[in-house]
Design a protein around this ligand. Sequence first.
Ligand code: NOJ
Length: 585
Amino acid sequence: MLPRCAISVCHVFVLVLCLSSAEDFDWTKNDHGSFYYGTFPAGFSWGAGSSAYQTEGAWDKDGKGLSIWDVFSHKKGKIQQNDTGDSSCEGYHKIKDDVGLMKDLKLNHYRFSISWPRLIPTGIKSDHINEKGIQYYNELIDHLLENKITPIVTLYHWDLPQFLQERYGGWQNISMVNHFNEFANLCFERFGNRIKYWMTFNNPWSVAVEGYETGEHAPGLRLRGTGAYKVAHHIIKAHAKVWHTYDTQWRAKQKGMVGISLSGDWGEPVDITNQKDIEAAERYVQFYLGWFATPIFHGDYPQVMKDFIGRKSVQQGFGTSRLPSFSPQEKSYIKGTCDFLGVGHFTTRYITQKNHPSARSSSSYFTDRDLAELVDPRWPDPGSEWLYSVPWGFRRLLNFVKSQYGNPMIYVTENGVSEKMLCTELCDDWRIQYFKDYTNEMLKAIKDGVNVKGYTAWSLLDKFEWDEGYSERFGLYYVDFRNKNKPRYPKASVQFYKRIISSNGFPNQREVENWRRKAVETCSTSNQLLAAEEQRSTAANILRLIHDPLTSHMEMVTEIVVPTVCTLSILLSAVFLMFLLRRRN
Ligand code: NOJ
């Protein structure tokens, strides 16, 4: 995800590009190929995903501790409309309902995350373990397995216990490595008999850059140029430690796998004949996915990051590079700590070389890369400002992973598209198009030889979208957040995704077109249901409005009129008393 400042820079560049070089720039020179009809390998796993803070709600129930997101979202002005995840989709109370939806979709797997402060309220295992939290995840896991849905678990999807943030500065502090390892070990101990797919972190890029560099995400720190690199360094060490813990203590008995979920946009050179653009695009991907993947697969940061950040740090008068370094022992400890790679991917950028000034005051992750990001104004962008639909970028990213990291086993952990809050349209034709084209590019990548074993649509439900609150909806299922019960309604994409799953791919053009037509037809029933519910809640709101003047009048009587009358009476009595006393004298 791009921070807002970068997005505006992007927009300016788009504009400049449109004005200055619309004629001489050939957008079609990337041959993106046609649709490929065919099926996925047998046993390919289809799923959908969620994360704890985004869906569970129950933020203060049953002994859960506070997370940095609980605290951050309660601060005014941090989240769109000051939304919070306090109740979100109420997933904590809806295990059966939600597993029912997954069953209906015929999912093979469900990806969710475990809330660290729900299990360990302070984050420190020796303080206290919350058995009610353990019980919740036990129920979820058991219910999934009873329904033949494989659980894929993320240990850290951004909700650090607040206590660890306050006491140690969160991921800036190396002590997080041990605390996280203890939490992970507890999860292996309690759930590992049933969980075979573990992921240590979800999208650590976001944790580092948005949490500690730009401050758009919790904990909201703006430690530009240094914070993100330090945090990433500790996260990579924490990941490696947890992998070794599993490897030495649990693997033989539990026979599971431990990976990490990394996000990455694809970066395509603006001019594929220009060496500088080619290198800038490569840098874009190395600073994104490569920042974490290269140490984990090869033991150290990408050379280009070491070169660029090192050189700039010297120019800026720093004694050493702002990018920390690993010792030889650390390198060999970290290298190879990945049984499978989770890939989260949503969008693509065009990249061109752009030198940024090297002033110390402007040092940042973004200026370190010396590049500019552009988008093609013709790319569809139905929802989030940063999310353009560019399916061919997905195939390129997957091939990049194959060639850079020795063709690892891949699970796509996130892929999907959003729409804006006010859109109560369940006939999400654009999402059908997005899933159709992106999964097709993934199929092409598999034909290219990329070892993709599973795909996770993001997300099962509409949910709390971090700093965007509920204003962006990624769900296959629509959630009515205005209703206390948070009812779910299937969007048309549910029907379409279901067909891809049951055919394990795309049989032929006629059939796939039929799926689409039928999906859009059936969604009109759900649309009617939702419209009826909307009418009902609008009527309820009108009643409340009629009722409101009465209530507010009563409030005025009790809160303003009564105290004023009392005070006046006391004053008048005092004046009257004084008057009487004077007369007596
Ligand atoms: C990646 C994050 O992991 C996920 O939580 C979020 O919903 C998506 N990006 C969409 O922004």
